[in-house]
Design a binder for this molecule. Structure first.
Ligand SMILES: [Zn+2]
Length: 596
């Protein structure tokens, strides 16, 4: 090993390189962090052609939207020694540099970073969060190349946290075996609070930015429990080390998964309450589970990535939905949720899907495929026309799990499918197809799932929740069944004392009568609404089913009246009971399913 590495070094130093031996090194520094800029230097050597194209990705894997990161690049220049090189843009995200006979060149550019999110970079005078797809460029067609990254922290900054491999003996210098790894490794630079814990034989590092009322010792113990429960499902933890980059905001939320790291949005003062603390651990469980589901056991379209275009898959209901489902399962198994909370969370998720009119319009597979244009680009009608592949996927995970457990009398569960799919993907070194995933479910359950796929994955049939929960001896009651709760089907809110409609639900009284989003509600049955949302106004809440109410609105400056015939609330409100008197067969299914 040592010998061959040494040989390569000598070869490179003699300049005996070809196209496949380009060497790429980055240097990252900060001159004006307060103005939100990161200064980039990209050194490429081993050039063998007269020009080279370098590109910046247009999206960040895990977040399915074209974000056009090149929009934040400025001051691009290229030099070979002291000589400035000619370059031109050849695509929105590509620069062609004419190096002529020069064998190496230096590219410089600056990136403006002022978007706070887990998938975009942000730099200010207190820290830098570098989301790699929006920071680093790559030589076109050379994603397999290794690279090094040297970080020069701004004056007063002392720490760098990243999942990238440190280069021994070189301060703040890291290596990536290829660009997929580099693009999957965000970097935090600043004075973050860093602490470690061990779990499943892997060193885990937590880098907390933004302060907060967290208890480090408690987090170390509890995050390790989550990591160990996740590892137990897959039988092995593929990482040598893992990094949590946590940004604590006034109000946090959201995370993005990476190969051996994750970025989480925490709430600075949220760690002190049981709900806040559990919601942070929920987020940890979700993103950590992704290191298997989607980062390794992945849909075939999601890696190796095309960084120029949308990457289409019909399987985000597995990648994201099942991860939401497992987030809940891990919280149960790690002891942070009781079986009652576990089941009631699932019932809430089930009701949410059912209560979204779009669940009868868009399937889980369609929602996955169109994530780029629908889920990530919602509008006022999204609830009527689309369903979240997170929520629907979570429900599919639940009923698939119960169906497998029922079919095998509790001997197998969805865990066995996940583990087998992970190991198969590892052996085949590629992602799975929809057919392969279905075949694995059928193999493990010994049951035909064609009807299941037709109804719940590719179709829009509401889930027969009582049937599935009954497998495990759980009773579900819809508290809203046969109700006479008046329902108009709008969401409205006051702005400067005027109530505006912000959503109208498909087939509701408001929808049928013709109320629109952006209508300003003036009065209901002649009574001025005076800031109360329409749906909570007295004439609505006191109405009987079948009553007709008159809603007067201002639309484009014109006063109009609409007559709404009140209907009963169509939404599910599920109450679940884990029965103590469940049969022996149901208890077996329950135990196999919950895994506790
Ligand atoms: Zn996720």
């Amino acid at each position: 090993m040592k010998k061959s590495i040494l040989g390569l070094v000598i070869l490179l130093s003699l300049g005996m390189t070809s196209k496949s031996q380009l060497k790429v090194g980055f240097e990252v520094s900060f001159k004006e962090p307060h103005a939100h800029y990161v200064e980039m230097e990209m050194n490429i050597s081993g050039l063998s052609k007269e020009y080279i194209d370098v590109k910046m990705p247009v999206w960040a894997p895990g977040s399915y939207l074209i974000r056009e990161f090149a929009k934040s690049v400025e001051g691009f220049s290229a030099t070979a020694g002291a000589k400035a090189l000619k370059f031109e843009k050849v695509r929105k995200n590509a620069w062609r540099i004419y190096n002529g006979a020069a064998k190496e060149l230096k590219i410089k550019y600056r990136v403006y970073a002022f978007e706070v999110s887990v998938r975009t970079s942000f730099v200010d005078d207190t820290h830098a969060f570098l989301s790699s797809t929006g920071i680093f460029m790559y030589p076109d067609g050379q994603l397999n190349l290794p690279s090094t990254v040297k970080v020069n922290p701004y004056t007063g900054w002392t720490k760098v946290s990243t999942g990238l491999e440190p280069v021994a003996g070189q301060v703040f210098t890291y290596s990536a075996e290829n660009f997929d790894v580099l693009f999957d490794s965000p970097i935090e630079v600043g004075n973050q609070d860093v602490f470690d814990f061990m779990a499943s034989g892997v060193k885990h590092t937590v880098a907390m930015y933004g302060g907060g009322n967290y208890d480090k010792e408690r987090l170390k113990v509890d995050m390790a429990k989550v990591a160990e429960q996740a590892t137990a499902i897959y039988g092995e933890n593929p990482n040598a080390h893992y990094t949590f980059i946590v940004h604590n905001f006034e109000r946090g939320g959201g995370g993005l998964e990476h190969l051996n790291s994750t970025v989480l949005g925490g709430s600075r003062d949220g760690y002190g309450t049981p709900e806040g603390y559990n919601s942070f651990l929920d987020l940890v469980a979700h993103e950590y589970h992704h290191l298997w589901n989607v980062k390794r056991m992945r849909p075939v379209a999601l890696g190796p990535f095309d960084y120029d275009n949308e990457n289409y898959t019909t399987n985000l209901w597995v990648a994201e939905g099942f991860t939401s489902y497992y987030e809940n399962k891990l919280m149960l198994r790690a002891g942070f949720n009781t079986p009652e909370t576990f089941v009631s969370n699932l019932a809430t998720a089930l009701a949410n899907v059912n209560n979204t009119p779009g669940s009868r319009v868009q399937s889980a597979a369609e929602a996955s495929y169109d994530a780029w244009i629908k889920s990530y680009r919602p509008n006022e009608n999204s609830n009527n026309a689309t369903i979240s592949y997170y929520g629907k996927g979570e429900i599919i995970g639940l009923i698939m799990d119960l169906e497998i457990s029922q079919a095998t009398k509790g001997a197998k569960s969805l865990d066995d499918v996940m583990k087998a799919m992970y190991l198969e993907g590892k052996a085949k070194k590629r992602g799975y197809t929809d057919a392969e995933f279905k075949a694995k479910v059928e193999q493990i359950s010994g049951k035909d799932f064609s009807g299941f796929w037709e109804k719940y994955v590719n179709g829009t049939v509401p889930v027969e929740y009582d049937k599935y929960f009954e497998y495990a001896g759980i009773t579900v009651v819809d508290e809203n069944k046969g109700n006479s709760i008046p329902y108009v089907g709008v969401t409205s809110k006051a702005s400067n004392g005027i109530v505006f409609i912000s959503a109208v639900s498909r087939n509701s009284a408001a929808w049928l009568a013709g109320l629109n989003v952006n209508d300003a509600v003036v009065s209901v049955n002649g009574e001025v609404t005076s800031g109360a949302p329409l749906e909570r106004s007295a004439p609505v809440t006191s109405a009987k089913i079948g009553d007709v109410i008159t809603v007067s609105v201002l639309r484009e400056g014109v006063l109009r009246d609409f007559k709404l015939t009140i209907k009963a609330n169509p939404n599910l409100k599920l109450n679940v009971t884990i029965r103590k008197d469940a049969s022996a067969a149901q208890l077996k299914v329950r135990k196999g399913w919950m895994g506790i």
